[in-house]
Structure formats: structure tokens, C-alpha cells
Write a protein that binds this ligand. Structure first.
Ligand code: KIV
Ligand code: ZN
Length: 387
């Protein structure tokens, strides 16, 4: 039996913090319902103390969504926790996500505190949140740059205080995959009560390592991954949901599975991109416009003979009807022949050659050859031949 990895989606919290990505409550409910349909386990709906709008969104999402756990973020501050608990009043399953910075940067500069004081505040916050909900997640902010021995002390103490999930964020996206994996492994081996809670990864993409670090985390024992659709989030973004889910699905040898209905990935990605006014880069893995587009002649020939020659994911698995063969000046006869056949023209031998030569001339002038262009080309060659 494969081990279950829980998907914690923070599109509506870490993702929505991005300038220009703000959604109103109605739009957030639409995204939350789509996330439910996608099969995420936890929806981080907001940071209720941060604004009345965020508070209201957590309330309304809690009412609108039935089965994923609804999570609300707080600092390790009693008032934050009180407000989060109030916002979660209607949640069928509510989780409070509280925490504090554990790296030297946070302890010394941001908090002007000491390791022992921070540990005390961490434990007190978890105990305070437990008054309201059974399910309390603790985050050790900047765990990526925190000392592993100190981090292990904090993790052990918050689990003893009742944390059900402990989040190990690489807040600044600093770690390399082997370092992040070693951190999770260190905690798995050195925290005596670690099996009473789930370790979670929450990676940022400042060095483009968010997905690799998250995967390294689960390989080493984390069983929750915090993600956003399209990888949106602070600065260079968060780990992208679609990349983690499809990596686990593509590498069955890892024996790890999620609850995500992968066929819904593309439409959910489009919804988030449209509502948040945040275009997806064309070469973005899994959901980018070019993720299943083949443009060079060698690749097109290979894909037309057998899709798996150049595709490790069946596009239908993520809700994309089929991969595309883009006709450019790099395309070969096989691709042209295929596209013409789709349009109802079966061309072989000399005739195909003639159209291909005309096609190359046009493709050198035009970036992307469309169906209409092909119809004109075939028509012209046929006209010339009949004279
Ligand atoms: O990146 C981070 O550390 C966070 C925490 C608030 C979980 O977003
Ligand atoms: Zn974050």
C-alpha cells in the first residue's frame, strides 16, 4: 500500500499575499470550491486577524466547503488565535496554524529574543490554540536556516504541547534539496515523539528549488506538503501543487500517493490564473501553454510514432485533451503530414514535398502556422498542379 501524502493548499493565504492577486470573498469561495473538487486535504483560507476582509473570507469559506479541513493562520499571539478560532466557527473541521520564527535571524533581529523564550512562546501558543480546536499546526518560521538541534527541541516541545502537524518552512527558499531532506531526516530521527504528529514541508522558490525541496522532504518522512496552484506566492512563489502531485504520480517507485483528482488540475490552474490576474509562464511545468507542445521536427516525429518518446505525462491525466504539434520552421514532414490529415488532406510523396517546401518558406516568415495558413498552402499547390 502506498503511503498517503496530505496536500495543504495555501493559494488563498500565501498565494493571495502577492501584490495584484487579491480576491474578494465571492472569488475566494469559488477557488475554495474548486480546491475541494480537486481533492486537497487542507485549505488555508486566510490570516483572520490581518483584516476584516480576510476574517470574513475564512468565515464564508468555512460555511461553503464541506470536507477539506479549513485552516487559519496566526502568529504566536493570543489575540490572533482568538480571532482565528472565531473565524473558524462554522468549519466542519477547523485547524489553527500558529507559529514563530526559529532561525537566528528571527530570534535576534525580528523578535529581539532568545532561543529559550521563543521555545516558551511556541509551546504557549500551541496550548492556547488547543483550547479551541483539536487540530493545531505549528510552523517554525525560517526552519530552513534554523539550527537543526534547536529546531528538534522546538518540534519535540510543540508536539508534547499537542501540535498535530509541525510545519518546517524554508521561508526564504534557501535550502538545497539534500539539505532540506537531511533536515527532515534529522527531525524524524532526533525528535522522540515525532510519530505523534505529521511533519509538513512549506518551501519557497527563491532559488527555483521549492518542488525539489518538498519532494526531498517527503522522501525523508514528511507527510504533508504545503503548496499553491501555479506556484504563486511571496517573491518567487511557493511549491506548486501540480508539480508535486504529478511528480509523486509519475514516480510510483516512491510509493507515495495523494488524494488529488489530477484531471481537474488544468481547469483549477486556469481558474486561479484568471481570477488572480496572474498569467502562467508558457514553459511552466504541467500547466504552461507549452508543457505539452512539441515544436522541433525530431520531437514531433518521435511523438507521432509513440507519445511516450517525448512525454512522461499523459496530458489527459491533468485535464488537457491532447498534446499539440506546433508547426514552425523547425517542423518536419511527419508533423505537417499529420496536421494536414487532421484537416482531411492525405498527402504523400511529391505532393507532400511540394506543400512542405512552400510551408518552410512561409514558416521562415511567420512564427506559428495556423490551420488557415495550411488550407491556403494546399489550395495554392493544388491550383498550380492543375494548370
Ligand atoms: O513561509 C513561511 O514561513 C510561511 C509561514 C507563515 C508558514 O508562510
Ligand atoms: Zn510561506
Amino acid at each position: 500500500m502506498a503511503d498517503r501524502v496530505y496536500i495543504f493548499d495555501t493559494t488563498l493565504r500565501d498565494g493571495e499575499q502577492v501584490p495584484g492577486c487579491q480576491l474578494n470573498t465571492v472569488e475566494k469561495i469559488e477557488v475554495a470550491k474548486a480546491l475541494q473538487e480537486l481533492g486537497v486535504d487542507v485549505i488555508e483560507a486566510g490570516f483572520p486577524v490581518s483584516s476584516p476582509g480576510d476574517f470574513n473570507s475564512v468565515v464564508e469559506i468555512s460555511k461553503a466547503v464541506t470536507w477539506p479541513t479549513i485552516c487559519a493562520l496566526t502568529r504566536a499571539v493570543e489575540n490572533d488565535i482568538d480571532v482565528a478560532a472565531q473565524a473558524l466557527k462554522y468549519a466542519k473541521r477547523g485547524r489553527i496554524h500558529t507559529g514563530i520564527g526559529t532561525s537566528p535571524y528571527h530570534i535576534k533581529y525580528k523578535l529581539n529574543s532568545t532561543e529559550d523564550e521563543v521555545l516558551e512562546r511556541a509551546v504557549a501558543a500551541v496550548k492556547y490554540a488547543k483550547r479551541y480546536v483539536e487540530d493545531v499546526e505549528f510552523y517554525a518560521e525560517d526552519a530552513g536556516r534554523s539550527d537543526n538541534v534547536y529546531l528538534a527541541r522546538v518540534v519535540e516541545a510543540v508536539i508534547a504541547a499537542g501540535a498535530t502537524v509541525v510545519n518546517i518552512p524554508d521561508t526564504t527558499g534557501y535550502c538545497l534539496p539534500h539539505q532540506f531532506g537531511e533536515k527532515i531526516n534529522f527531525l524524524m530521527e532526533n525528535v522522540s515523539n515525532v510519530h505523534k504528529a505529521i511533519l509538513s514541508t512549506h518551501c519557497h522558490n527563491d532559488l527555483g528549488m521549492a518542488t525539489a525541496n518538498s519532494i526531498s522532504g517527503v522522501i525523508n518522512g514528511a507527510r504533508q506538503v504545503e503548496v499553491t496552484l501555479n506556484g504563486i506566492g511571496e517573491r518567487a512563489g511557493n511549491t506548486s501543487l501540480e508539480e508535486v502531485v504529478m511528480t509523486l504520480k509519475s514516480h510510483q517507485d516512491l510509493n507515495l500517493e495523494t488524494n488529488i483528482k489530477t484531471q481537474n488540475i488544468y481547469k483549477t490552474s486556469r481558474l486561479v490564473s484568471t481570477l488572480m490576474n496572474m498569467p502562467v509562464q508558457a514553459n511552466k511545468a504541467i500547466v504552461g501553454r507549452n508543457a505539452f507542445a512539441h515544436s522541433s521536427g525530431i520531437h514531433q516525429d518521435g511523438v507521432l510514432k509513440n507519445r511516450e518518446t517525448y512525454e512522461i505525462i499523459d496530458p489527459e491525466d491533468v485535464g488537457i485533451k491532447e498534446s499539440s504539434i506546433v508547426l514552425t520552421a523547425r517542423s518536419g514532414r511527419a508533423a505537417l503530414k499529420h496536421r494536414l490529415e487532421v484537416l482531411g488532406y492525405i498527402l504523400e510523396g511529391e505532393k507532400l514535398d511540394e506543400v512542405y517546401q512552400e510551408f518552410l518558406k512561409l514558416a521562415d516568415k511567420k512564427k506559428d502556422i495556423k490551420e488557415d495558413d495550411l488550407l491556403v498552402l494546399v489550395g495554392e499547390v493544388e491550383k498550380t498542379d492543375s494548370h
